[in-house]
Design a protein around this ligand. Structure first.
Ligand code: GDP
Length: 409
């Protein structure tokens, strides 16, 4: 019996020893086998070693990167290079445009330089001892050469003849005063030259910004003028949204956006060659959403055919008017193009109701008389003049400052 018991004990010990070995060996080789009788906390699979290891590695890498970037810039790298990589691109610096009041007086030199031939020429002729027919003809030619236009020229010569006769003996000062007065009458001192941006209430009953459409043939300085006008408005304390509806000229939208960014004005743009009217509509919508004071829309200026222009521009205006009336339609004309400019003015006036004229490049021409001619042609005032390529070289038109620049002090 004892032998039997002993044999059983040996057998049990032997089995236990072999079992233990197997378990130990298995544990060493792989993760613990699932013991279904054990409580859930133990049976739950532990986090896998590799994952923990990877995360740990990643965290260490992160640390290493940070240390390297902050403390150990690669040799030769500038501070700017180091700072550039992790940070978002810096917002463009917002400029403060020059005040608009008195801009024309400040830019008068530029005007005087280009327009001297007209004013000085007239004064020299009028100062002659004998104002014979030849002299009056020369006076007429001087005015026509400066693009004053036939009818205004004849009117001016008539009045000058009359007044010089009454005056009798003439001193240079008297002549200057007389010429100043008569030129001022032709240019007009009682026209409303305000660029209207009042806005109102939209068709949905919400306050809407003032809407200005800028129209004109490509190359006249239309986009540049839209950008400069944004600066004029910002300088006057207004917030502006720009609409890049000149979708036909490849660079126009980029150009406008750059102008806008300089004064913190958002530009709404569409795909190249896209529908200008939908961009214009969206721009006004954005202006309403942003509660902006003014939306300036740069339109497409393809003067391919009158019908084409009418379709495009007419549609832009109609679509924009779904939000409410347009406050101002500014026609941009290049002052150096003379008669051609007047023809453009006529065509545009047939297509849309022009409410104001912008004459660009007055700094580069002696033909300032176009101010008088184009106002006569359209019966619409010149409201702004471009006097250079600088960002603030667009000035509200002031008849007195203009005429003073023509005839000099
Ligand atoms: P757009 O095709 O009518 O939009 O023409 P841009 O706005 O691109 O202008 C055409 C060129 O005219 C650009 O080089 C402008 O800088 C230039 N320009 C615009 N206004 C004036 C101005 O008043 N004086 C001068 N000298 N150049 C101007």
């Amino acid at each position: 019996m004892d032998i039997v018991i002993l044999a059983v004990v040996i057998a049990v010990v032997a089995v236990a020893a072999i079992g233990g070995l197997v378990v130990t060996t298995t544990r060493r080789k792989k993760t613990p086998p699932l013991d279904r009788s054990a409580p859930p906390t133990i049976t739950a699979p532990p986090p896998t070693e590799p994952r923990v290891g990877e995360e740990a590695e990643a965290a260490r890498d992160e640390q290493r990167r940070t240390i390297e970037e902050v403390d150990l810039p690669p040799s030769g790298a500038t501070d700017a290079t180091v700072a550039e990589a992790p940070e978002p691109p810096a917002a463009p610096e917002i400029e403060t445009p020059a005040p608009t009041a008195g801009r024309l007086v400040r830019l008068r030199e530029r005007l005087a330089r280009s327009q001297n031939t007209l004013g000085r020429g007239l004064l020299t002729l009028l100062s002659r001892d004998h104002l014979d027919e030849d002299t009056w003809e020369e006076i007429e030619d001087t005015l026509l050469t400066a693009d004053v236009g036939v009818a205004p020229t004849q009117e001016l010569v008539e009045r000058l003849r009359e007044r010089v006769r009454v005056l009798g003996a003439r001193t240079p000062d008297e002549l200057r005063a007389l010429l100043r007065e008569e030129l001022l009458k032709l240019v007009g001192t009682d026209m409303d030259r305000t660029v209207h941006t009042e806005g109102g209430v939209s068709s949905e009953g919400v306050v809407r910004p003032g809407v200005v459409l800028v129209v004109g043939v490509n190359g006249t300085g239309k986009t540049t003028t839209t950008g400069k006008l944004a600066r004029v408005l910002v300088a006057d304390g207004k917030s502006v949204v720009l609409g890049a509806a000149d979708t036909f000229r490849a660079a126009a939208a980029d150009q406008l956006q750059t102008w806008g960014e300089r004064v913190g004005a958002r530009t709404v743009r569409g795909p190249e060659g896209g529908d200008p009217a939908s961009v214009a509509f969206d721009a006004v919508k954005e202006g309403i959403a942003e509660n902006a004071d003014v939306v300036l829309v740069d339109t497409a200026g393809r003067l391919h055919t009158k019908t084409g222009l009418m379709d495009e521009l007419g549609k832009v205006k109609r679509v924009v008017e779904k939000h409410g009336p347009v406050d101002e339609v500014l026609l941009v004309l290049d002052a150096t193009t003379g008669q051609n400019g007047l023809i453009q003015a006529r065509v545009f006036a047939e297509v849309v109701d022009i409410t104001g004229i912008v004459l660009t490049k007055l700094d580069g021409t002696a033909k300032g008389g176009i101010v008088i001619a184009v106002q006569r042609e359209l019966n619409v005032p010149v409201k702004l003049v471009g006097l250079g390529e600088g960002a603030d070289d667009l000035a509200p038109f002031e008849p007195e400052a203009f005429v003073d620049a023509l005839i000099g002090d």
